[in-house]
Design a protein around this ligand. Structure first.
Ligand code: UGB
Length: 598
């Protein structure tokens, strides 16, 4: 009461609201007016932000929190009444006719897609100090994830435009969801590199706000342990992307310019764009409102399973069920063995890799009803089995893949499975944790992420008829990985398998110790025998034929110690570095036809 005189009318209203919501503890310690007045006002300014950035405001947040905390305390099963079954979707095999047809169809769609990168996470598990999108995807060229994503989107839309020359060219939009942890550095990265070739107007950053932490089962907001005039906040999860897109007005803008698809993707999967064209083709052919990209999943593997859930009341949904919930759910619903492999050697429930393609029209219809709010969950760590106290504060969270939870049963929700080697190699785990991953399970580290790029490119060239040597097995940072030839190409060289096949002819071979970097657009490989390092670049109007025998000392992959502090962190977390000893390197900087035959 005595502090009212120092507050503005708006701050007083917010304070009253908090009192009504049972949050008196936020003010109990306030001293008399004249002491810490600026801090008191700052707290209410923060409340204003927390209130306005959450759909329905803090009263809605606290109400939902009370309900979810009560459910959690009571041990309520979120799947009560639901029976799981295997949903229907498309299972693709790289390189066969079906795959190629979907890719061609998907490329046509790409001009009508908007791309959304969720990049608000700091990546505590990776333990890297920078933002994850700035990490090199591979260290042969040093291309960072963001550059690769942008170049992939530009190349895909260029290829798409070429397939539909009658249409007017669109600047395919890219939205990046950031957070306080990543926003400034993402912007700086883009500005320092001229948006990696995109027009700055094509790229929009939407910043997600954190949400208030909860101190107990009564959903009392937690004060920051280091500042009694600040509410502790934590990230709300990638599910925020839907509400942010909706409130930004961008969805309507996209619809008006004739876009049809929204492609969501995560921050560190360097393989993703190899699966996007085919998956877009599946979306268009099957008219999926929601298409989740997935990979074959070994039973009990630590990725969620895409599952059809049917409720006794008739409700149905196709949704990701996190791996720790799938096994108990199956056991409780008549599958005594739980989550087990079927005759294919894999779980019948495809593994969610959290890349989604949504059809824009139905997406807007749904968000007009929900405002983009996604079903939340809470995951408190209790002090003991009485579940009355938390070890540390908790908060509500939401996941972008839970979007289908509110859809009506008539919504067309499906999935597209592609080979893991083609589509999924995220960089999420630090070297110490990755080294503890049981043998045979994916490391999801910077080491495995980079090796997966070389493997995928080698496998694609092999499928296109190039003789690529088998890999050797090596151990870096305690992780056993296959080291394939370091083959890397820019997205403008090829976005589909047909593109690769059209640029490779004759008898080609690449030895295991080799490095092949293709940077130019019209570079054809014909009768090349490579045993060393070859780097070819060209301006867009140059046509270059590369062949003959290239033999040199090349670039090698040398083991390093993860604790060698003289090396930058982005190198240390891989456990190896590329030593560039000798190479053939050629840049064709003028239009024309050229042949490189050393
Ligand atoms: N992210 C945000 O943008 N904001 C946030 O508040 C949090 C994250 P993580 P997670 O690929 O194997 C997901 O932390 O959430 C961004 C799926 O839920 O890397 O543990 C962040 O920047 C899971 O089902 O992953 O697990 C990053 O780009 C499974 O598919 C993205 O969200 C798993 O990914 C994912 O964040 C997986």
């Amino acid at each position: 009461q005595k502090n009212l005189s120092i507050l503005s009318p708006q701050q007083i209203e917010l304070g009253k609201m908090l009192l009504e919501l049972g949050q008196v503890h936020l003010f109990e310690h306030w001293p008399d007016p004249g002491l810490d007045d600026d801090d008191k006002k700052a707290l209410l300014d923060q409340v204003l932000v927390l209130n306005s950035s959450y759909p329905g405001g803090l009263s809605s947040y606290i109400k939902t929190a009370k309900e979810l905390l009560a459910d959690s305390k009571a041990g309520k099963n979120p799947f009560d009444g639901f029976t799981p079954s295997v949903p229907s979707g498309e299972i693709l095999t790289f390189g066969d006719d079906n795959f190629i047809q979907y890719e061609e169809m998907g490329v046509k769609q790409a001009q009508n897609a908007a791309f959304v990168l969720v990049a608000g996470g700091l990546g505590e598990r990776l333990g890297y100090n920078g933002i994850k999108v700035a990490l090199p995807m591979e260290t042969t060229t040093g291309t960072c994830f963001l550059q690769h994503y942008i170049e992939s989107i530009l190349s895909l839309s260029e290829a798409s435009f070429k397939q539909a020359p009658g249409e007017c060219r669109k600047d395919v939009p890219l939205v990046i969801m950031t957070s306080d942890d990543t926003h400034e550095r993402t912007l700086q990265l883009l500005e320092a590199h001229n948006y990696f070739g995109m027009k700055p107007t094509q790229v929009k950053l939407l910043k997600q706000e954190k949400v208030a932490c909860l101190a107990d089962n009564d959903a009392r907001l937690a004060l920051d342990p280091n500042n009694k005039y600040r509410i502790q906040t934590k990230p709300h999860g990638h599910g925020d992307v839907h509400a942010l897109l909706y409130s930004s007005g961008l969805l309507k803008e996209w619809k008006d310019t004739g876009l049809r698809w929204v492609v969501f993707f995560q921050d560190t999967n360097g393989l993703l764009f190899k699966a996007i064209p085919a998956a877009l083709g599946v979306s268009a052919t099957k008219e999926y409102h929601v298409n989740s990209l997935a990979v074959p999943r070994k039973a009990k593997e630590a990725i969620g399973g895409i599952t059809k859930l049917t409720h006794t009341d008739g409700r149905e949904m196709v949704i990701n069920v996190e791996y720790n919930q799938l096994d108990p759910l199956l056991r409780a619903t008549g599958h005594p063995d739980g989550d087990v492999n079927c005759e294919t050697g894999y779980s019948p429930y495809p593994g969610n890799i959290n890349q989604l393609i949504l059809e824009l029209g139905p997406y807007i219809d749904e968000l007009s009803k929900t405002g983009g709010a996604i079903k939340e969950f809470v995951n408190p760590k209790y002090k003991d089995s009485t579940k009355t106290e938390f070890k540390s504060s908790t908060r509500l969270e939401c996941m972008m893949q839970d979007y289908p939870k509110t859809l009506s049963p008539s919504a067309r929700v499906g999935f597209t499975v592609t080979d893991t080697w083609l589509a999924y190699a995220p960089v999420k785990n630090n070297p110490e944790d990755a080294a503890k991953v049981p043998k045979g399970n994916p490391y999801h580290s910077a080491t495995s992420g980079e090796m997966a790029i070389y493997r995928a490119n080698s496998m694609i060239l092999k499928e296109a008829g190039v003789k690529v040597d088998d890999p050797v097995t090596q151990v870096f940072n305690g992780q056993e990985v296959e080291v394939w030839s370091r083959i890397v190409w820019k997205p403008k060289w090829a976005v589909t398998f047909n593109d690769v096949k059209s640029k490779v002819s004759g008898n080609n071979s690449v030895s295991q110790k080799s490095t092949l970097v293709i940077k130019g657009r019209d570079i054809c490989i014909e009768d090349l025998e490579l045993d060393g390092a070859l780097i070819v670049d060209s301006v867009d109007d140059a046509e270059v034929k590369v062949g003959g025998s290239v033999c040199n000392k090349g670039w090698s992959v040398e083991r390093i110690d993860k604790d060698s502090t003289e090396l930058p962190e982005e190198v240390r977390i891989r456990g190896f570095k590329i030593i560039k000893t000798e190479q053939v390197q050629q840049f064709y900087d003028e239009p024309g036809k050229f042949t490189l035959k050393p």
